[in-house]
Design a protein around this ligand. Structure first.
Ligand code: C2E
Ligand code: MG
Ligand code: MG
Ligand code: MG
Length: 290
């Protein structure tokens, strides 16, 4: 069964021609029920700063089907999209992540932010700001601990009104991140006007940083762009020490990747932050604890 699901789709491929209608319906039915009951399982992956503290944790969906087992996020998103419940899934993840993050310990004396990926919940929807504000109010989390990630192509398409909706949330402390930066479609003019505070450089460039001088050059250019625009620059998908050292030299603000840890269940993530803090102002504390 597991193999069947794994064969259903590839990361980045929205279509799932190999999935039968019956599988789609079986998945859809359970997903709809879990969303209705706020029953989504999330893992958290830390974003580690240059002083070893955790500044943000990204919430990542880990959904299981009772018979088919673990279903990778890209397939869950695909199923949700086909079932017309992508925005509902996002809202459910948002509520769950904010609830779980509300009482996280601090790291190096600073609050740890929680970052949520949005695919179906879009700033151009009339109830976008209401959904975000309600999730914040209901969970009691400070608005300035909430980060919302969207991919470049989605952000680039926004008109003035949705950008204004984002700005009103930014005024309340919410931050927006451009996810998978460098792999979407947007002009520099669009990037300049996006009300985003964070840029997440895609793993595609990060993975080549030690071996491909073009990737290192692109990373340098993006870091410089982020600095120029006053954006916090995160490198995604760091797997090796050489990558970490090169990125540090380039001047990236923070790092996320398997080198530090895989995404962790909520309780293990909390323990990770606590141990990182115990090691105290320890340099690279985030790394030493695992
Ligand atoms: P993303 O937002 O770019 O998330 C980062 C992905 O990279 C995650 O994959 C994470 O597990 C993986 N990753 C982290 N560090 C490393 C590394 O060092 N090496 C490698 N090879 N991979 C690393 P994941 O969890 O499979 O999620 C895939 C994508 O699915 C995410 O990409 C995001 O676009 C989407 N996604 C995941 N959870 C959610 C969710 O709750 N809501 C929405 N709308 N999208 C989600
Ligand atoms: Mg993301
Ligand atoms: Mg990403
Ligand atoms: Mg991605």
């Amino acid at each position: 069964h597991d193999d069947r699901i794994k064969g259903c789709g590839q990361v980045g491929v929205p279509q799932a021609p190999e999935r039968s209608d019956r599988d789609q319906l079986a998945l859809e039915e359970h997903l709809r029920e879990d969303i209705a009951n706020d029953r989504v399982n999330l893992h958290y992956q830390p974003v580690v700063t240059n002083d070893g503290t955790v500044s943000i944790a990204e919430a990542l969906l880990r959904w299981r089907h009772p018979e088919l087992g673990a279903v990778p996020p890209n397939i869950v998103l695909d199923v949700a999209a086909e079932g017309g419940m992508l925005a509902d899934l996002d809202a459910c993840v948002l509520r769950t992540a904010l609830r779980e993050a509300a009482d996280w310990p601090t790291s190096g004396g600073k609050p740890v932010k929680v970052s949520v990926n949005l695919s179906g919940l879009r700033p151009e929807m009339p109830d976008f700001t209401d959904i975000v504000r309600t999730a914040i109010d209901d969970t009691g989390i400070a608005a300035d601990r909430v980060v919302l990630e969207m991919v470049e192509t989605v952000l680039a398409q926004l008109g003035p009104e949705p950008r204004q909706a984002m700005t009103s949330l930014v005024d309340e402390g919410v931050q927006f991140a451009v996810d998978d930066f460098g792999t979407g479609y947007s002009s520099l003019a669009r990037i300049k006007e996006m009300p985003t505070q964070i840029i997440k450089l895609d793993r595609m460039f990060v993975s080549g940083v030690g071996s491909d001088s073009d990737d290192l050059g692109i990373t340098r250019a993006v870091t410089e762009l982020a600095r120029t625009l006053g954006r916090y620059c995160i490198a995604e998908g760091i797997e090796t020490n050489p990558q970490h050292h090169l990125l540090r030299a380039v001047g990236v603000d923070a790092y996320q990747g398997y080198l530090f840890t895989h995404p962790l269940p909520a309780d293990e993530f909390r323990a990770y932050v606590e141990r990182a803090s115990e090691l105290g102002n320890g340099r690279s504390a985030g790394k030493r604890v695992r």
